[in-house]
Design a protein around this ligand. Sequence first.
Ligand SMILES: NC(=O)C1=CN([C@@H]2O[C@H](COP(=O)(O)OP(=O)(O)OC[C@H]3O[C@@H](n4cnc5c(N)ncnc54)[C@H](O)[C@@H]3O)[C@@H](O)[C@H]2O)C=CC1
Ligand SMILES: O=C(O)C(=O)COP(=O)(O)O
Length: 637
Amino acid sequence: MASSATAAAAAFISTKLITQQSSDLPPTSAPTPTSKLSFLPTPSNNSASFKLLYAPNRNRSSPPVLNVLKTAVESASISFSDPTPRRDSILTPPKPTILVSEKLGEAGLQLLRTFANVDCSYNLSPDDLCAKISLCDALIVRSGTKVTRQVFQAAQGRLKVVGRAGVGIDNVDLQAATEFGCLVVNAPTANTIAAAEHGIALLASMARNVPQADASMKAGKWQRNKYVGVSLVGKTLAVMGFGKVGSEVARRAKGLGMNVIAHDPYAPADRARAIGVDLVSFDEAISTADFISLHMPLTPATSKIFNDETFSKMKKGARIINVARGGVIDEDALVRALDSGTVAQAALDVFTEEPPPKDSKLVQHENVIVTPHLGASTKEAQEGVAVEIAEAVVGALKGELAATAVNAPMVPAEVMSELAPYVVLAEKLGRLAVQLVAGGSGIQSVKVVYRSARDPDNLDTRLLRAMIVKGIIEPISISFVNLVNADFTAKQKGLRISEERVFVDSSPEYPVDSIQVQISNVQSKFASALSETGNISIDGKVKYGIPHLTGVGSFSVDVSLEGNLILCRQVDQPGMIGRVGNILGESNVNVSFMSVGRTAKRIKAIMAIGVDEEPDKDTLKKVGEVPAVEEFVFLEL
Ligand SMILES: NC(=O)C1=CN([C@@H]2O[C@H](COP(=O)(O)OP(=O)(O)OC[C@H]3O[C@@H](n4cnc5c(N)ncnc54)[C@H](O)[C@@H]3O)[C@@H](O)[C@H]2O)C=CC1
Ligand SMILES: O=C(O)C(=O)COP(=O)(O)O
């Protein structure tokens, strides 16, 4: 009981550590052996207890790893004992540093300060940001900071998380973030209502010329005839982008008695119908609406989607509201449309360039009202996004998978905890498989077979696939791989990963029964690892929370994947275990596990030997010289 709990805890912590380690390693650093984590079960009658020996890799920063260990130990409810006082210094790691480059609500800052050193440096120039960033583990921005490829390069691998205190992430180079393995998280919900209310405020004040009338009165005039407006009731509003903000605008506009239609190629029609809105085509929306309110993100597909051509399709005298992003409008074309009267008025909160040039014709146009990107700027929204982003960034720095990740799959916490031991298995299988490769035309094609009793829809394998990629790529390159960049890195290295799910009649309680990793079209330094189809093939299972190797080529074995491994193929005959065991024992190499698998009695067998220490070259040579041993390989896990 105690030992299986310890084993489960060990697997859990290893997983956390592995997840965290992946984000610890700068992309520019040379490949280095991973930090060592050992679990020493200690005798205890009624509780699972172990000592934890942590020997950090000198080339990696240790603090986040230790945080993960502590958190993991707490979550596993097991005792944590530091074996030697001299390791104390490792247990009080320096806090991470979070750079906040734009004004953030106080509640969020306080939350950040409980966990990290917080550097609030506003209005940094691009050069200043690049100079500072290599000292920071996380960066929090709003829409005013451009997080470019140069920023990720300048970070030299230290930057692990970029938090966007708001929705739009068009100011963050997501591709570069992904390539550098930096997680990007945003705060997608807390400013929705503020943005929607601002959209409605602009709609109403544009229709009634409120800003112009206000300016006129302040200039000492009383111009009642000049500022006759248009009514909203009964008019058609087209909501372009029926997401969070768009649907809240629609709801409010319905309350004003407007007829609301929407265009959004990705929104479900039933969500629109539920608030009495019809989803229509782009052309239908812009050609029938009196008011057109923009709520789509700025992407390559939406960039300048409102241009000369689309303005010409609008109903004459249409009015436009933009609280989304300036870049979705071709601003020169909008000035032309306003001048010609195709567009009667525009109300803009956002601009292609922010702030726009002082002499911007658009801003100065008499039929245009403007605000300086105030959509999210309410006290409530700013406190909300600050807390939302602070929680996401702190969680990500702790190695948790973020629920608002923008460039990584979102893996819910319950899925993560269920998959934890399989994550360890997946990485180890990848690591083992790649070490079996000997030359050939390079690793190009990897197939992963998951045997599972689960319905495929109920088995999210992205995390497992990422860890297999990590296991395969890290031992042979200077890349570091994590959930963020696994698919990108694999693609960049020309590695095709295919997945197959095979139904097995076992308990669906466990997500995966076994995982098989195959590498095709390569030679192997251990020929017995080749399956009948000529692929390197290894199988593994999780047993009692511990990853096990259960198959090598066509041989079945059963050895726990801890420490290192020697695989030996020999003529199946008595005395082999003793002979090899003696050689290792004489060199003071401790054998932790051993398993023999064979195809047929007294013909061929393979021995899988788990060893705590790495045998020296002479010892391995002696193993190879045992007469019945036909081939052997030493594998680091
Ligand atoms: N002015 C401000 O201060 C604020 C601006 N925003 C901006 O508002 C926009 C919407 O934000 P949310 O509603 O929170 O995002 P969201 O992601 O919930 O909604 C965006 C919607 O646009 C749709 N969409 C994508 N491509 C489209 C296309 N080609 N045509 C039509 N629809 C398309 C998506 O399917 C999605 O439903 C974003 O650009 C965001 O940055 C959000 C908050 C404050
Ligand atoms: O959340 C968004 O997309 C916004 O545009 C808000 O931007 P801000 O945080 O106010 O700079």
